[in-house]
Design a protein around this ligand. Structure first.
Ligand code: ZN
Ligand code: ZN
Length: 253
């Protein structure tokens, strides 16, 4: 059993659940403790079942609920030193600082941090390996570095950001500075960038592609679908993550 699900995905809060026979972990938590409890319950999980919290970076839509949840349920928190030092998180029951280039083992799950270009202190996205299978999480990056492209080549399941449509962002409601930030090399992936990465990946082994961190202002389901469509033929199942529901359990065979 190797599966994953989401409590919500987008600029108003993110949290991804990973389950394997050795435990369950939550990657990021951009929700209050109460909201997290409600959203976990929808997926049949109680916070006491979690083995660890893993953090990608310090932006509020990923970090907001981490420290309160860790204190409430006495959970270990894994993050890079840069992420930890960028905010005052208060007392954490069990802080585990990680190196953003070094894999570590969590009760039989291999966790590999991958540094990404994003406007945070020391952001990392993650690859999770259980036995021969690999789940990739890749959101909150403004450009695809050669290291990122190499790291994510062999995923059996991939959660991939398609944040905005470049034309919709340009003509949309955001102020100029925010457009520059979101669309820039340290911001977020556009549909077009996501499609470019997908085109260059080994898609034969992709059981699941989850399109994630989709902007509610600067994107539309039809725009994402049109951009990715040429590269979806080999993918067994495509899921669109949403802000309110995230997505339900997906199993990697
Ligand atoms: Zn984010
Ligand atoms: Zn971010």
């Amino acid at each position: 059993m190797f599966a994953f699900a989401s409590l919500g995905s987008g600029s108003r809060g993110n949290a991804t659940l990973v389950a394997w026979p050795g435990g369950k972990l939550l990657v990021d938590c951009g929700f209050s403790v109460r909201e997290t409890e409600v959203r976990l319950a929808r997926l049949g999980v109680h916070p006491q079942e979690l083995s660890a919290l893993v953090v990608t970076h310090e932006h509020g839509d990923h970090l907001k609920g981490i420290a309160p949840l860790a204190r409430r349920y006495q959970l270990p928190v894994f993050m890079t030193p840069g992420t930890y030092h960028s905010r005052r998180l208060g007392e954490l029951p069990d802080l585990r600082l990680i190196q953003s280039y070094a894999s570590f083992d969590l009760q039989g799950l291999e966790v590999q941090p991958v540094p990404v270009p994003h406007d945070a202190r020391e952001p990392a996205q993650y690859l999770f390996r259980y036995q021969q299978k690999c789940l990739g999480l890749l959101t909150d990056l403004g450009s695809i570095s050669p290291q990122v492209e190499a790291a994510y080549q062999k995923c059996d399941a991939l959660i991939l950001e398609a944040n905005h449509d470049a034309a919709m962002l340009a003509s949309g409601p955001y102020p100029y500075q925010l457009k520059q930030r979101v669309g820039g090399p340290w911001g977020h992936l556009s549909n077009q960038q996501a499609a470019g990465l997908l085109a260059r990946l080994d898609r034969d082994r992709l059981q699941h592609l989850v399109v994630a961190h989709i902007s509610q202002q600067n994107n539309a389901p039809a725009a994402v679908a049109a951009a990715l469509e040429p590269w979806l033929a080999e993918v067994r199942r495509v899921t669109y993550a949403c802000q309110e529901q995230g997505f339900g359990w997906l199993h990697i065979d």
